[in-house]
Design a binder for this molecule. Structure first.
Ligand SMILES: *[C@@H]1O[C@H](CO)[C@@H](O)[C@H](O)[C@H]1NC(C)=O
Length: 336
C-alpha cells in the first residue's frame, strides 16, 4: 500500500466505526424509552430505572406467580415468615433444618413459619422428588424459573411477592439453607420492638469497599454496565439473612416492577430499598462466619452463616441451652 493513502484509510475506518456505533445506540434505544434515553444518551443503564419505559424493565411478576403446584399453607397473623433459598438437590439441608431451627416447639407463643424457595431442577428425577417432598411437608414454594445461581434474584422476588401478598406476616427474614436462624429468639425479639418501624430492612450491611460492582465476566457476581451503571452498590445487607417488615417488603416489590433486575440478589434488594427510600440497618446479630460461638452468644445472634448439618444440630443445642444460661448478662433489645 502507498504510504500517502494511510491517512485516507484511517479516516474511512473512523467514519465507519462512528456510523456503526450510532446504529448500535439507535437499536438499543428502540428497545427502551427513547424519550428518556435521548436526554441522557451516555448515562446507560441508569435511565432504565426511572420513568415510564414502554417496555417494563423490572421483574416479570406475572410469570413468576404462574408457578406450578400447590403453594405452602400459611397461617394468618404470623410475626415472622422465614424464606429459605434452597437448591432442588439440597434435600439433606432441608431435612436438617426441619429437625433443627425449623422445628416448632410444643409451646409457640408467637406464630412463625419457615418456607423453602426451590426452582425447576435441570433433570426430571430431581424435579419429581421436590414435588413429592412438597406433598409430604407442604413447606416448599416451587417456582417456575430454572434453578440456577444466576436466577437467585428471581427466586427471592418470587418468595417475597408470595409472602407479602398471600401470607402477610409482620416480618419476613430471607436466608439460605446453609444458615442457622435463632427461631427461639427472633420472633420474640421482633415482637418486643413494638409497633413495626417504618421501612425496616436489617442485616449484615457491607462496608463501602465490599460494594464495588464486579465487571469481570467470569465471576459468579458479574454485572454488566447495561444492567447496572454505577460502579458501587448502595448500602445493602448480605444475603445470608436480612429482615424486612411487611411494609418495607411491599415497597421493595413495588420498586422491582420498574428497576431492572441484576443476578446479585442481595445487592438488588439494596438497590430496590434505596429506590424506595429505605435505609439498610446494620446489625451485628447477623454473622457471616460460624466461628465456634459460645452458648451465651445465642442470646444475641439471630442468623449464622456456613453451617454443615452436624453444625446445625450443635447450634440448635446451644440455642436451647441459651434459654437458661448467661441470664445474669444484660439482654440486648436493639439491632446492634
Ligand atoms: C432463569 O430462568 C428462566 C426461566 O426459567 C430461564 O429462561 C433463564 O434461562 C434462566 N436464567 C439463567 C441465567 O439461568
Amino acid at each position: 500500500m502507498h504510504p500517502r493513502r494511510l491517512p485516507q484509510l484511517l479516516c474511512a475506518t473512523l467514519l465507519l466505526a462512528l456510523l456503526l456505533w450510532g446504529l448500535l445506540l439507535v437499536a438499543e434505544d428502540a428497545r427502551g424509552a427513547w424519550a428518556v434515553s435521548s436526554r441522557f444518551p451516555l448515562a446507560r443503564g441508569r435511565w432504565r430505572f426511572g420513568g415510564a419505559a414502554p417496555v417494563p424493565s423490572g421483574v416479570d411478576f406475572a410469570s413468576l406467580l404462574a408457578s406450578p403446584g400447590a403453594a405452602p399453607r400459611c397461617e394468618p397473623g404470623q410475626v415472622l415468615l422465614v424464606l429459605v433459598t434452597s437448591a432442588p438437590g439440597n434435600r439433606e439441608q432441608r431435612r436438617t433444618i426441619r429437625r433443627t431451627w425449623g422445628a416448632q416447639g410444643e409451646l409457640v407463643p408467637l406464630q412463625w413459619q419457615a418456607v423453602f424457595l426451590v426452582g425447576q431442577a435441570a433433570d426430571a428425577g430431581t424435579a419429581d422428588r421436590v414435588r413429592r417432598e412438597q406433598q409430604d411437608f407442604g413447606d416448599i414454594l416451587v417456582g417456575s424459573y430454572q434453578d440456577t445461581y444466576r436466577n437467585l434474584t428471581l427466586k427471592v422476588m418470587h418468595g417475597l411477592k408470595w409472602a407479602a401478598e398471600r401470607c402477610r406476616p409482620r416480618y419476613i427474614l430471607k436466608t439460605d439453607d446453609d444458615c442457622f436462624v435463632n427461631t427461639d429468639r427472633l420472633p420474640g425479639f421482633l415482637a418486643q420492638l413494638g409497633p413495626v418501624p417504618a421501612g425496616l430492612y436489617a442485616g449484615s450491611v457491607f462496608s463501602r469497599e465490599k460494594r464495588q460492582v464486579i465487571r469481570e465476566p467470569s465471576s459468579k457476581w458479574y454485572v454488566s454496565r447495561q444492567d447496572y451503571g454505577p460502579d458501587e452498590y448502595p448500602p445493602y445487607a448480605s444475603g445470608i439473612g436480612y429482615v424486612l417488615s411487611l411494609e418495607a417488603a411491599a415497597r421493595v416489590l413495588a420498586a422491582a416492577e420498574r428497576v431492572r433486575p441484576i443476578p446479585v440478589e442481595d445487592a438488588y434488594v439494596g438497590i430496590l430499598a434505596e429506590a424506595a427510600g429505605i435505609r439498610a440497618q446494620a446489625s451485628a446479630r447477623f454473622a457471616k462466619h460460624n466461628v465456634h460461638w459460645r452458648v451465651c452468644n445465642y442470646r444475641y445472634l439471630m442468623v449464622i452463616h456456613h453451617l454443615s448439618p452436624p453444625q446445625q444440630e450443635a447450634a440448635r443445642r446451644s440455642m436451647l441451652q441459651a434459654r437458661d444460661a448467661c441470664r445474669d448478662s444484660v439482654e440486648v433489645t436493639r439491632w446492634r
